[in-house]
Design a protein around this ligand. Structure first.
Ligand code: PKZ
Length: 212
């Protein structure tokens, strides 16, 4: 059985084993990014379509076939790629809205994001649940960056300032405000040009040794 490589850091507080759940970034096979891109396109097309019965039957048949092809390739979490590869757009997860052009220094991280038809709530606006999803991802990655021990989201306070459009490139900025012991305080904002769509404040708490 393949073994995961676990990273360990010394943080001087006896919490080094908190990184026990970390593993090396997975190798990404050729064509993997394109496969995830195809899933994103599929999600958006299904969300945008009103197909007739014949088309529904054909798509269901092909999707079932694709699921059967993938079944033998299923692996335990430590060996999976989707959602774990920072070299892929959206970390290779079709769940997370597509994030790209991420640039960062020690305290500020900026990037762009695009919600698709898959994320539509109503009237051209992204579903309210997709915005905390984005913030959890981008704040969480920043909170866990630079070799820090693993931290989980304790809370996310999201203010919806104006509608967040789908199918449009938006900008986000995330700030690593401060660390107090095991607590990491983050803030962020999502903008459509100059207009603020949503703001967030989040707390991430570093896990104790053995804490799941
Ligand atoms: C393995 C990890 C993944 C990382 C890998 C990285 C790889 C790549 C990045 C991935 C990017 C995506 C990152 C998404 C991260 C998730 O989404 S994680 C999933 C969602 N979150 C969860 O499931 C967390 C569930 N909750 C818990 O596990 C526990 O409640 C927590 C958050 C770990 C805290 O519990 P605890 O360790 O027992 O904390 P506790 O000792 O009671 O409190 C510690 C301090 O925090 C404060 N605190 C705790 N909770 C709260 C709260 N809700 N409000 C206010 N204060 C609080 C306490 O008051 C205390 O303060 P002080 O007294 O020290 O001043």
């Amino acid at each position: 059985m393949e073994q995961a490589t676990m990273a360990t850091v010394s943080d001087g507080e006896g919490l080094s084993s908190c990184r026990q759940n970390r593993r090396q970034p997975p190798a990404v096979p050729t064509g993997y990014a394109e496969m995830i891109e195809a899933v994103r396109l599929l999600q958006d097309r299904i969300a945008a379509a009103a197909p007739d019965e014949e088309l529904i039957a054909a798509v269901t048949r092909d999707l079932t076939h694709a699921a059967e092809l993938l079944a033998p390739a299923e692996r335990e979490e430590a060996f999976r790629i989707s959602g774990f590869s920072e070299e892929l757009p959206g970390n290779g997860s079709a769940l997370i809205p597509l994030v790209w052009d991420v640039v960062s220094d020690a305290s500020v991280r900026r990037g762009r994001v695009r919600f698709g038809s898959f994320h539509l709530g109503e009237n051209g606006a992204a579903h309210g649940g997709t915005i905390p999803l984005l913030f959890d991802e981008v704040l969480g990655r920043f909170a866990n960056s630079d070799g820090r021990a693993s931290a989980r989201t304790a809370y996310l306070h999201v203010d919806y300032r104006s509608v967040t459009p789908v199918e449009k490139d938006l900008e986000f900025v995330v700030r690593f405000e401060r660390e107090e012991g095991r607590k990491r305080y983050m803030t962020g904002a999502l903008r459509d040009g100059e207009r603020v769509c949503a703001e967030v404040e989040g707390l991430f708490v570093q896990l104790r040794p053995g804490q799941p």
